[in-house]
Ligand binder design. Sequence first.
Ligand SMILES: Nc1ncnc2c1ncn2[C@@H]1O[C@H](COP(=O)(O)OP(=O)(O)OP(=O)(O)O)[C@@H](O)[C@H]1O
Ligand SMILES: [Mg+2]
Length: 147
Amino acid sequence: MSSGTREVVITHSPEETIRVGYELAQRLRQPSLVLLEGELGSGKTTLTKGIVAGLGAAREEDVTSPSFTLVHEYGRERKVYHADLYRVEGARDFGTLGLDDLLEQQATVIVEWGEKFLGEDVAAQVRIHMELLEGEDRRITIEGLDR
Ligand SMILES: Nc1ncnc2c1ncn2[C@@H]1O[C@H](COP(=O)(O)OP(=O)(O)OP(=O)(O)O)[C@@H](O)[C@H]1O
Ligand SMILES: [Mg+2]
């Protein structure tokens, strides 16, 4: 699935997490699939703000949770799709979610609750696990990013 790399960073504020997303965006291949895992409030949407802004697709304040709409679309030439599988039940693959078409467009696809995604390996795949620590601390483990 990935090239086997693993990086761990601890952030101490939402702003720091956004910054991590911004820097991550500079290292993403296109197309890429970014799977975000971790419990409620661990910071998946916050990190996505940084990734989308870092890709130049939207301002961070315009990136909001797609929980009710399933997928948000950002950008013009370089599209970024932001999906949230929280309310999706059962095994889902890319075909049934309609996300395979998005990757074919050379887009970046970011999926919250990525642990629910049971699709086959597609494109460059980055898996990010977010954990709540004390207070505003968050541990972010990033796997599969090119060095
Ligand atoms: N270090 C931090 N990194 C990210 N968010 C933080 C941090 N410290 C505090 N927060 C706060 O935690 C919350 C994270 O919410 P966010 O919507 O990003 O989480 P989420 O993982 O997307 O949740 P959900 O599962 O509901 O989609 C925000 O209110 C944010 O301000
Ligand atoms: Mg969220």
